[in-house]
Design a protein around this ligand. Structure first.
Ligand code: SAM
Ligand code: DTB
Ligand code: SF4
Length: 334
């Protein structure tokens, strides 16, 4: 490396370090506990410096490989370890996926997200997913997949296939994580996220609230996300869907204001990321969802099914957008 390029590299690293945020758990927890009006005002003020406050981006999910997963994520109906109503199935074919993506595009979604109940894809699995990504891309939609843990060479292959986003959630704080999942570590998740980032794929990473975690756990999750060298482009905030047969089925339902607060705090800590109001909308009133949009949520999962559970009807979502004057993004965004 020449002296000049060494200097350039040093400058780049210095710049990257300067750009990295250093949020503390105390700061994040303080935000989460603010009087709601204070928190909402802060979040909305930041939101409108980076985004159109009246616009929401729509992503549609499809479960391309259902159930039979060897992992033990305590929230998940697709784990083979729990007795739930989910049936294990093979990978969907290109025609089925393309048909679903076209329907999603016609309904107004700009991104199509495909999920597979795998611990990690095998080489053969990846080869079969690539034509699915290409079929969706050919429809002019943004593509996202969530396939479990990813090695750097798999991430590079997905990038070459034209993948726009990879979803891999941290789910909760490093401290609480072990009470929910035992078959993979927090570090495994961080390694996957690093592979995705290094491959040049946009990172979609967030978590779940309502699993019995404390406010400090939520704060710690948000700090882990916000303090990444580059913040995720997309941050899904899920409310636990309490599915019968999973270890977390009997968790008490959380107050919707908890979702509003978590979204607002994510917005403040990650001002340029798309914050997605994700699982759990089915259990929220229209008014609570509107508050989440005011708090800075600017993306949703849109379509009548999440992976295995129900999501609001598209007609109802459209009706809500009309009533509160939200427009939907038509171009490719975050
Ligand atoms: N198997 C892959 C993995 O775990 O990375 C991809 C699919 S997995 C179902 C994707 C994410 O969905 C999980 O990380 C979790 O955040 C979310 N999820 C799963 N079940 C959920 C539930 N019952 N409630 C809320 N979010 C859930
Ligand atoms: C994310 O954060 N939430 C989505 C998506 N990424 C893959 C999944 C929610 C799943 C909810 C339970 C189910 O439908 O199985
Ligand atoms: Fe498997 Fe993913 Fe469900 Fe965990 S969240 S059990 S890895 S499908």
């Amino acid at each position: 490396m020449s002296v000049q390029s060494l200097q350039e590299e040093k400058n780049r690293l210095r710049h990257a370090e300067a750009a990295q945020e250093n949020w503390t758990v105390l700061e994040a927890a303080t935000l989460l506990r603010l009087p709601l009006m204070e928190l909402l005002f802060k979040a909305q003020s930041i939101h409108r410096t980076h985004f159109n406050p009246n616009q929401v981006q729509l992503s549609t999910l499809l479960n391309i490989k259902s159930g039979g997963c060897p992992e033990d994520c305590g929230y998940c109906p697709q784990s083979a370890r729990f007795e739930t109503d989910v049936q294990a199935s093979g990978l969907l074919d290109v025609a089925t996926v393309a048909k679903a993506a076209l329907a999603a595009r016609e309904a107004g979604a700009t991104r199509f997200c495909m999920g597979a109940a795998w611990r990690a894809p095998k080489d053969k699995d990846l080869d079969q997913v690539i034509p699915l990504i290409q079929a969706v891309k050919n429809l002019g939609m943004e593509t996202c997949v969530t396939l479990g843990m990813l090695r750097p060479e798999h991430a590079a292959k997905l990038k070459d296939a034209g993948l726009d986003y990879y979803n891999h959630n941290l789910d909760t704080s490093p401290e609480f994580y072990g009470t929910v999942i035992s078959t993979r570590t927090y570090q495994d998740r961080l390694d996957t996220l690093a592979s995705v980032r290094d491959a040049g794929i946009n990172v979609c990473c967030g978590g779940i609230i309502g699993m019995g975690e404390t406010i400090e756990d939520r704060a710690s999750l948000l700090c882990t996300l916000a303090n990444m060298p580059t913040q995720p482009e997309s941050v899904p905030i899920n409310m636990l869907v309490r599915v019968k047969g999973t270890p977390l089925e009997a968790q008490p339902k959380i107050d919707s204001f908890e979702m509003v607060r978590t979204v607002a705090t994510a917005r403040i800590m990650m001002p340029k990321s798309f914050v997605r109001l994700s699982a759990g909308r089915q259990e929220m009133t229209d008014e609570a969802q509107a508050l989440c949009f005011f708090a800075g949520a600017n993306s949703i999962f849109y379509g009548e099914q999440l992976l295995t559970t129900d999501n609001p009807l598209t007609l109802d979502d459209r009706h809500l957008f009309d009533r509160i004057g939200l427009t939907t993004a038509t171009a490719a965004h975050g």
